[in-house]
Design a protein around this ligand. Structure first.
Ligand code: GTP
Ligand code: NA
Ligand code: MG
Length: 303
């Protein structure tokens, strides 16, 4: 494409950390919403993907956030080669400290060579010890800038909203310092499925992240082995969008089946082509399953 087709895109930030350390509440505080209150048992079941617009100085900059329930989806996506996130925000509760899933999360981020910003959360709580968190994380190679390292740590409270602007600033500084955030909005649209589900009323719904090109209502798409015509594109508030630019998470309604996290999607010229590609992929999956079943049976025969 032409040089002028390349435009700046928002950074994609995945929020990770140990259970109940405040990932969802922190995103709620950033977005001025209240997802935590609606979650069954306060546990995130689904991936939430949002785009917010920061107004830190005199200009506005969007950031895309992905809230993960545990790490399964992130792990699944990485195992399948999908690179979704530019930055990981590692949330650590200052009163609880580094826990097993904290370590898992940072291992994932480091293996994927994704820069990490540490949000030391719950600093409003009695017993909060943000210095101890910094100390603990040095063992894992995350050394705070104030200790001579190159990881940004920000003390925050999702409850009192303390430190939120500093956290957003740290994210944007990290993005500017270490990432090339450009995308081509004129290329053939493609991206990654970050979640698929079957909705009672709307049928298969896929939350996708557009990674290049512009996804539009009416496009014929293939996502993994699912296909269909984009009947509607919805943002995180359920508002209809006509199109989705790079780094925009959207819900796609109109697929004939439910794709999986980590599936890539692409847009094709005609419905017929979408169906052919999907059929071919389904056949390939069936063959692989049959082959592994045959292998299992022949191994059992040996016993
Ligand atoms: P999972 O999705 O289940 O892994 O949890 P999570 O990391 O998303 O944590 P969540 O946002 O559900 O918060 C867990 C609990 O901690 C909730 O009761 C929140 O109200 C509380 N909490 C989160 N952040 C803060 C904070 O900064 N201060 C205080 N005092 N409580 C907080
Ligand atoms: Na929780
Ligand atoms: Mg959560």
């Amino acid at each position: 494409g032409d040089e002028e087709d390349w435009v700046a895109r928002p950074p994609v930030v995945t929020v990770m950390g140990h259970v109940d350390h405040g990932k969802t509440k922190l995103l709620d505080a950033i977005r001025n919403s209240n997802v935590v209150a609606r979650e069954a048992g306060g546990i995130t079941q689904h991936i939430g993907a949002y785009q917010i617009v920061t107004e830190l100085e005199d200009y506005e900059r969007p950031i895309t956030f992905i809230d993960t329930p545990g790490h399964e989806s992130f792990t699944a996506m990485r195992a399948r080669g999908a690179k979704v996130t530019d930055i990981v925000v590692l949330v650590v509760a200052a009163d609880d400290g580094v826990m097993p899933q904290t370590v898992e999360a940072l291992n994932h981020a480091q293996a994927a060579e994704v820069p990490i910003v540490v949000a030391v959360n719950k600093i409003d709580k009695e017993g909060a010890n943000p210095a101890k968190i910094r100390q603990q994380l040095t063992e894992y190679g995350l050394v705070a800038e104030e200790y001579g390292g190159d990881t940004m740590f920000v003390d925050v409270s999702a409850t009192t909203r303390q430190g939120l602007d500093e956290l957003l600033t740290a994210i944007l500084l990290t993005a500017d310092a270490s990432l090339d955030l450009r995308a081509n909005a004129e290329q053939d649209p493609q991206g990654v499925v970050i979640e698929g589900k079957l909705d009672k009323g709307r049928g298969p719904v896929a939350t996708v992240l557009v990674q290049r090109g512009t996804l539009r209502q009416g496009d014929s798409i293939v996502a993994g082995d699912a296909y269909g015509r984009v009947r509607s594109l919805l943002d995180e508030h359920g508002n209809k969008l006509k199109e989705a630019l790079p780094a925009r998470p959207v819900q796609v309604v109109g697929l004939t089946s439910v794709p999986r996290a980590g599936d890539t999607f692409l847009v094709v010229e005609e419905d017929r082509v979408a169906r052919q590609i999907a059929d071919r992929r389904q056949a390939r999956i069936r063959n692989a399953q049959n082959a592994s079943m045959r292998k299992r049976i022949s191994l059992e025969d040996l016993d």
